[in-house]
Design a protein around this ligand. Structure first.
Ligand code: TRP
Ligand code: ZN
Length: 879
């Protein structure tokens, strides 16, 4: 039933063309007679005219459905059916719609709509999957209550809301909260429950369950604890209580994304909820805690208040990411979390925002909405809220959120609604701030400084934009005036040639020459293209610490001497900027190694060593300090400095640097390893995770000197997956992993999630010259189940992370990825399209590589029947 014409001439949808649907739905009744090859779906829906909508034809979305019967008010009709849906005449007032359709879950490889995963029926409806289940106005602003009856011999039958009744071979569910179709969910399978319960602040008991396949029961406990913590946290911090009698989570092996917030029935990629100390790493545990929280928090930010249309996606996603970050900061270390988030934004969101896929946090058009579940919508969307939080303060933020929940509960809302509650609650005008939602691209902020000691006649006066009169008073007894002048500039992005100034909260602190802080963190509000801020009352010229806590998602461009960065590395009280000073020194040092053949920067290594020796700093923080910039980040920096990046030279420089660190710190490393020793039974808490992160970083360096001996020892003694993986990674990097890889495979061959690690690690840690060959070997492995997104990503996603391996000069990396994407597109367009973004940094590289990337993309584009998803991504990258 594929519509070839529609696929080759994709339609573009525009925010400006929003029109409400012509009818409201009072009530939806669905009956599913489940069968793998031929499931029958019976729908009975009450429609009533929408008084706020313009006149329109009655059209219901529907794709890949076989209509068996349709009736209006009991009279059978013959509607006009297209590849996109159904049209028919309807009575003037309210009416009852009935339809019976047939679908084939076992033929559904796209994992959207109703599909099968290991014999279990499950659904994924966001964004537009419900239209593959029945004919319906599949748009988020049509909200209705659902009653669902499932008929099947499978033992566990689940849907949204509360259980209503059940019997032999059937179950009924009722969801009292009106919801859009994208939040619909159904699960049927041979599953076992990990049960628990939660009592809400107002005393209501909620039954909690995590449903898994038999054999996975021992991997649920951590996810359940995370769920209960999330429920409590949302009550305490946002005043939000849960609103149904049950909350169910189901783990599914075949899933395109991380997890889905269906009302009362969250569905998770099993990799994002199942964990035991033996099978999951500390990183997995932390991620699971955050995702369980994220999906739970959607119950208010997404479900009770949903989006008017898909352009408003950041309304739920940016806000919910912001909330899950706050949660993680509260549960673990706030500074470590902030650094991790900033690293992620720089590594993933900045390249997106500075390349051909750049789009505003609230896009204005799309062909395929699934292509806009991006780092920009999620992560920059969260940064925008973080800036709002900083500008209005915690109290103003909470007042505005309370107003939001109060005013918009039950609504399908917009970004305008969200900003209005902040204006109404705080009295602030957010007109200019709103540009963060409409303007794409990463603003670049440049800084210059001026010092006037006040002892002589003012010589070169500071350039003033809107410098505040008397300046910001600093608590020193001096009479010096220090001026910081900022300029902001955002380069043109696709569809946006010129940019207007944005509101940029710049958190700064000042340190005096002996390292004491003379101005604690102060938020400067930059609103002009160029603007100065004066600090008065200083005794000596200060050293500024700018963009503390990564207070805005901008690139800070400032010519800072190595001495000044080293000073900040030694003295900054802001943990983020202290870390960033080291990162900047590492970056500059690597750039000098690559472009000038210089040796590593000694002053930086000394400064870093002092940090590592400081046992008052927590282990997780010191582990972060030991990590350097990524190769991709270095490629971007070189490109921005006018040097065409050579991936092999970047690889060589990072290797040299790691080797130098290992040799230089032969004595320090064992000391750190001793400090990082965990003597208690395994727990994935912040303290233990931090220690293991530090000992893992130590092991990685030590393995460069001892030929992998320490790693082999750790591998043999490992009692948890974190230590086992650290050891295996070190062995692969040392080229000594042959035996350990076989042992690992023999030990874990029946654990899919663990085998994903085994596949991924070999590609990610392969020497660049072997990466493609490793992919070829692993894709021929009997367990390379390429139809499973986790397994596919483990291999192909890891290739794209192996910078020099993927960007091999002969184009073999591009070709092998393109070959597999062409193959996957027939089955799973969503995952294929997402992985095309590996090519988004194309313009950084030399003409030869660019040509090879274009050729690979051209081959994808030329594929017969290419999906709308992939075609949109490839054409955006090529344009
Ligand atoms: N709403 C989901 C989340 O954040 C994202 C998601 C899950 C999704 N599955 C999807 C989006 C499939 C698009 C398609 O948390
Ligand atoms: Zn989300």
């Amino acid at each position: 039933m594929k519509d070839a014409a529609a696929a080759s001439q994709p339609e573009t949808v525009y925010l400006a063309e929003y029109t409400p649907f012509g009818w409201q739905i009072e009530d939806v009744h669905l009956t599913f007679r489940l069968s793998p090859g031929a499931t029958r779906v019976f729908a009975r829906i009450q429609f009533a005219p929408n008084p706020d909508a313009p006149d329109q034809d009655f059209f219901l979305d529907g794709e890949e459905l076989t209509l068996i019967r349709a009736a209006i008010d009991g009279t059978e009709i013959t509607p006009e059916i297209t590849a996109k849906g159904l049209r028919c005449a309807v009575p003037e007032g309210r009416f009852q719609w009935e339809a019976e359709v047939e679908i084939a879950p076992d033929a559904n490889t796209a994992l959207e709509g109703l599909y099968l995963s290991n014999g279990m029926f499950c659904t994924q409806c966001e964004a537009q999957g419900f239209r593959k289940i029945t004919f319906y106005p599949d748009r988020p602003d049509v909200m209705a209550t659902f009653t669902v009856r499932i008929e099947s011999d499978l033992p566990v039958l689940l849907s949204n809301g509360n259980p209503k009744a059940s019997g032999d071979g059937w179950a009924e569910w009722h969801d009292p909260w009106p919801k859009p179709a994208y939040l619909f969910a159904l699960v049927a399978g041979d599953l076992v429950a990990h049960p628990d319960s939660f009592t809400t602040a107002s005393g209501k008991d909620v039954a909690l369950n995590i449903y898994v396949r038999p054999g996975d029961e021992d991997k649920c406990a951590f996810g359940m604890e995370a769920l209960k913590k999330s429920m409590r946290w949302d009550e305490e911090v946002y005043g939000r209580e849960y609103d149904l009698d049950v909350f169910n989570i189901v783990a599914v092996d075949d899933f395109n994304m991380g997890a889905m917030e269906n009302k009362g029935l969250n569905i998770f990629n099993s990799s994002c909820v199942l964990a035991s100390p033996e099978t999951a790493t500390d990183g997995n545990f932390e991620r699971i805690e955050a995702i369980v929280a994220h999906e739970y928090f959607h119950n208010w930010t997404g479900n009770r208040i949903t989006c008017r249309d898909w352009f408003q996606l950041c309304l739920k996603e940016g806000l919910t990411v912001f909330r899950d970050r706050q949660f993680t900061a509260d549960m673990r270390s706030a500074p470590v979390k902030r650094i991790e988030d900033a690293m992620m934004i720089r590594a993933r969101q900045f390249p997106e925002d500075q390349g051909p896929l750049s789009h505003p946090v609230r896009p204005e058009s799309f062909q395929e909405i699934n292509n806009f579940y991006t780092a920009t919508v999620y992560e920059k969307g969260a940064e925008v809220i973080s800036m709002l939080h900083l500008l209005v303060g915690e109290e103003g933020y909470r007042k505005a959120c309370d107003l939001y929940f109060d005013r918009h509960d039950g609504d399908a809302a917009t970004i305008e609604d969200w900003l209005k509650v902040f204006e109404d609650a705080t009295g602030r005008d957010l007109t200019q701030f709103k540009r963060w939602y409409s303007q794409s691209g990463t603003p670049r902020v440049t800084v210059s400084e001026h010092w006037d000691s006040g002892d002589g006649p003012e010589r070169d006066a500071p350039v003033t934009g809107a410098a505040s009169g008397d300046g910001i008073a600093v608590s020193e007894e001096g009479h010096g005036r220090y001026t910081l002048t900022f300029t902001q500039e955002t380069r043109p992005t696709p569809g946006q040639d010129s940019k207007a100034p944005q509101v940029i909260p710049i958190a700064v602190g000042l340190l005096n020459p002996n390292g004491d802080e003379v101005l604690p963190t102060t938020v400067l509000e930059m609103t002009e293209a160029k603007q100065s801020f004066v600090f008065a009352g200083l005794a000596a010229k200060p050293t500024p610490s700018i963009l503390r806590g990564f207070s805005a998602p901008v690139v800070l461009d400032r010519d800072v001497s190595r001495e000044e960065r080293a000073f900040l590395l030694a003295h900054d009280t802001d943990p983020f900027n202290r870390w960033d000073a080291s990162r900047a020194l590492a970056r500059d040092s690597l750039v000098a190694m690559i472009t000038e053949g210089a040796g590593p920067d000694e002053a930086w290594l000394d400064g870093l060593e002092r940090v590592l020796r400081d046992d008052r700093l927590d282990a997780a923080y010191r582990a972060l300090m030991m990590g350097g910039p990524t190769q991709s980040e270095l490629a971007q920096v070189l490109y921005e400095r006018g040097v065409t990046p050579d991936p092999d030279a970047i690889w060589d420089a990072t290797e040299t640097l790691r080797q130098v660190m290992a040799e230089r710190w032969v004595d320090l490393l064992p000391r750190l390893a001793a400090e990082a020793k965990v003597d208690a039974p395994y727990a994935p808490d912040a303290a233990q995770c931090g220690k293991r992160a530090l000992s893992g970083a130590v092991l990685a360096l030590q393995s460069r000197l001892d030929g992998g001996a320490a790693a082999q020892k750790q591998y043999d003694a490992a009692t948890n997956m974190t230590e086992q993986m650290q050891a295996l990674t070190a062995l692969v990097r040392a080229g000594k992993a042959g035996d350990a890889l076989s042992a690992f495979e023999a030990q874990w061959r029946h654990e899919r999630l663990v085998m994903d690690k085994w596949f991924g690690l070999q590609v990610a840690a392969a020497p660049p010259a072997d990466a493609v060959a490793t992919v070829q070997r692993l894709t021929a492995h009997a367990d390379f189940d390429w139809k499973n997104p986790n397994r596919f990503r483990a291999v192909m996603g890891s290739l794209t992370m192996n910078h020099a391996g993927f960007h091999r000069a002969d184009g073999a990396g591009y070709d092998v990825l393109a070959d597999w994407l062409i193959k996957l597109d027939d089955l799973n367009p969503q995952t294929t399209a997402r992985m095309c973004s590996a090519f988004q940094t194309l313009s950084r590289y030399d003409a030869g590589r660019q040509e090879k990337m274009r050729a690979a993309l051209g081959r994808i584009m030329a594929k017969d029947g290419l999906s709308r998803d992939t075609s949109e991504m490839v054409s955006r990258i090529l344009s």
